[in-house]
Structure formats: structure tokens, C-alpha cells
Design a protein around this ligand. Sequence first.
Ligand SMILES: [Zn+2]
Length: 302
Amino acid sequence: MSQNLSAWSGVLACPLDHYTLIQNPDGALVCSHCGFFPPLIENKGRQVLDFRAEGTPQTVSVSFTLPIAPLDRYQLAQTHFRAPAAARASSTSQVKLKTKLDAGCQYYLRQLLAEHGADVPILDLGCGSGDNTRFLREIGFRNILPVDWSAVGAEILVDAHRLPLKDRSFRIVVSTAVFEHLYNPFVAMAEISRVLDDQGCFLGGASFWEAWHGSSYFHLTPDAWNVLLNQNALYLNDLWAGWGIVPAAISHVLTPGHFRRLGYGIQGLIERVYRLWGGEMAVRKFQLRASGSYMVYATRHQ
Ligand SMILES: [Zn+2]
């Protein structure tokens, strides 16, 4: 086990049944219940433990309460979108850090740091090359576990539908641009809720547009986020638009791979027109009609 990973040995569990992993005399981890063991594999030039249990079938159950009341779009425009507004108000005093995280996510992460402290355990789910983990470290968080299906930044390889982590072992789960790539968002959100503790919160977002980018399946609407969270003991505390519909349409549909910055420019221009015409509410209603992505901040309780 790497030095980084041994710090997390207390939260690791069997991905199939969540039983404790015990260490063999030779140092290898093995499930105390079913005998599962994560093989050490070479992943993009790095030796990592593979907890995905690829090829091992598993039955999971998901419970629903129906019907679920849909969100009221106009009410949402009034009560949510707090993150970008707060980020605009506080951005002048902050050091700019290089990150793909949008201003709303950056705002909440700084708030969470102040509220929960630097040592709370954070799961960076679908960490990719490690951009989110780098940002979290730069602002001061010290306990971040980056995991991914296969990306280079991962400390361990995991399947988001069966996390190899103990119940209530994390305070914060961060997951951006991941959910649209999952086969079953309900199962994955149930797993996130399971590993979050009683004060746990989820910060993330998914593509709403971009029908083809990598392999992607469920591109989430605001209502989809609300249902996913609501069915898993989490509350949609805030929601806002990530990147706009115009850059998404230009750089993914009209001229794939090009003119993204031009798209941002036009999006900004359209939003300015809406703002002049109908104020912040008009901008939000425009962003709720369609967006490149929607971002959410969710907490255990209202
Ligand atoms: Zn097991």
C-alpha cells in the first residue's frame, strides 16, 4: 500500500459487501467476509489497487417514493443560484487559482473549509487528472482521496456504483462532470449518500448537453438532480448553471472542438442583454431553459 493510501486504510472496505478488509501476512488486503481482494495493477504508469471488481456481478436494490413533485422553475430561479451571486460578491479578495471548477463550486469549497476545517475527509469522485484535488489542496484541505474508474490522478480505481468505502466515512464528496458517464445515477448517488456522514455534503455537476463526449448516458436536468438527491436523504441546497448553452452548442454541435471562447463571449453578451431587460431573474430563467451543465450543492438537511 502506498504511503498516501495507508492513511485511508481505516475507511477502505470491500466494494461488494462493505465488510472490513484485513491485511494478509504478505501485506495484501482481502475482504474478511467474501475473500475479494483488490489486485495491484499498472494504471497509466502507476501501481494502484483496483477495487472495481470488474466482471463480478452484483445485485443492488434501489428504493423509490413516488410521486416526486417536480421543481418549480420560477421559484428555483428566486431561491437558488446563490453560489454564482456570492462568488461575484467575494471574488475581489481572493487569490485566483488555476482550476476548471466554476466560481460557484470554488465559493462553496471555501465556505466548507471555513465551516468544517481543513482535516475533514473529502472524496474526489471521478478525479480525472486531479484538477479538483489540486484545488482542494491549494485552498487548504488536507484529507482528500482522489478516486476514478481509470484516470491517472486516482489513488485507487473504483466503480462509482460500488464504492470500496465504509459507511459515513466522508464529510464532503466532490464530483464534477462525472454523473453523465455513469450507467446508473441512482445507484451511484445511493453510494455517495452511504459514505457521507451526518453532516455530509455533496458538491458537483453534470453535463446537460453534449450528447456525445466520451461515453455518456444520463445528462442531468435540475429535476433529475433534485430527484437523485431527494431519494437518497440529501437536500438540494443550491443549484446553478455551469457553462452556458451557447459555448456548449458552438463547441460541441456547430463547430465541434472549436470556438469555445467565442461561445463564452456570446453567452456573456446574451446574459448582459437579459440582465438589462429583466434583471437577474431573466438571466436565471434563460439559464434554466438550457445550459451546458447544471451544478449543485447538496446537504443532509434543509
Ligand atoms: Zn467482501
